[in-house]
Design a protein around this ligand. Structure first.
Ligand code: ZN
Length: 271
């Protein structure tokens, strides 16, 4: 069977993606080949007649968890310390926007704190319009968890759907089972941009199977979406909607103006 690293490389690497923008979260870690004097890098040692994993495998697993994350350069810079509440503090609903953002960031930080003691912590769903800071919060969670060496997978939903379609069309070496298995069983799954994409019955079913498995196994999932719950139901169906309610606490992010636009205007001194 193909290694999960290779599978994940393909999940994230789209044919047209700008390679320079994709760096591994592991780039701060030495890439020197680890030579284990205990197992000679075989990963297995003999105990009596039985082969058991060598202790060095644990370290490899941790390094793998960095590769799993595959955050873009931009997302690696999303930190709770840089989360700027000022972006929410404008317009006639400034107070409401700010309170909502405070609640969401607090929940995100609590999630990061609690997950160490409880791997079955309830997940989070951040809903809000484009440029309301949803992906920032999801990435900030990912960055904290990577530092804590928690295994996670950050998947952008349209990329996941592309990959699922490719496995369906047999254009990919990744088998559907491998890909779904990783998304189902990874300790923390982040699904970014669960939007109004072109779902087919087939991709809809696969997405449900991931979420259903994770709900049953109480594995936390972090989701960002620009859809309302009614819209999620329309696009993904009632049963997926019901799983999301079961597995996630829901937070709404709202701003008077797209945060990317606010940042642009600030940079170009237009406001
Ligand atoms: Zn070893």
């Amino acid at each position: 069977m193909e290694s999960s690293d290779n599978i994940l490389k393909r999940i994230i690497k789209k044919p047209n993606s700008d390679d320079s923008n994709i760096i591994e979260a592991s780039n701060t870690i030495s890439n020197k080949k680890v030579t284990c004097s205990i197992c000679g890098d075989r990963g297995i040692i003999l105990q009596g007649d039985t082969g058991v994993p060598c202790s060095c495998m644990e370290q490899k697993k941790i390094l793998n968890s960095f590769r799993y994350a595959r955050l873009s350069r931009e997302l690696i810079s999303c930190r709770f310390d840089n989360f700027d509440l000022d972006f929410y503090n404008s317009g006639t609903s400034a107070k409401e926007h700010t309170i909502n953002a405070q609640k969401a960031v607090q929940a995100a930080q609590e999630f990061c704190q609690n997950i160490s003691d409880n791997p079955h912590e309830v997940g989070l769903l951040f809903s809000g319009s484009v440029g309301s800071g949803k992906t920032f919060l999801a990435a900030a969670i990912a960055n904290v968890l990577i530092e804590k060496q928690t295994k996670l997978l950050f998947l952008v939903v349209p990329d996941l759907l592309d990959e699922l379609r490719a496995t369906f069309d047999s254009k990919s070496e990744t088998s559907e089972f491998d890909l779904l298995d990783i998304a189902r069983t990874i300790p923390v799954l982040i699904l970014d941009d669960l939007g109004a994409h072109n779902y087919t019955d087939w991709t809809r079913n696969r997405l449900y199977s991931i979420l259903n498995y994770r709900t049953n196994e109480k594995l936390p999932t972090i989701i960002t979406t620009n859809l309302s719950f009614d819209e999620i139901e329309t696009h993904l169906g009632e049963r997926t909607c019901s799983r999301l309610l079961q597995m996630c606490r829901i937070f709404r992010l709202s701003t008077e103006k797209d945060i990317r636009r606010q940042k642009y205007e600030k940079r170009e001194r237009l406001s």
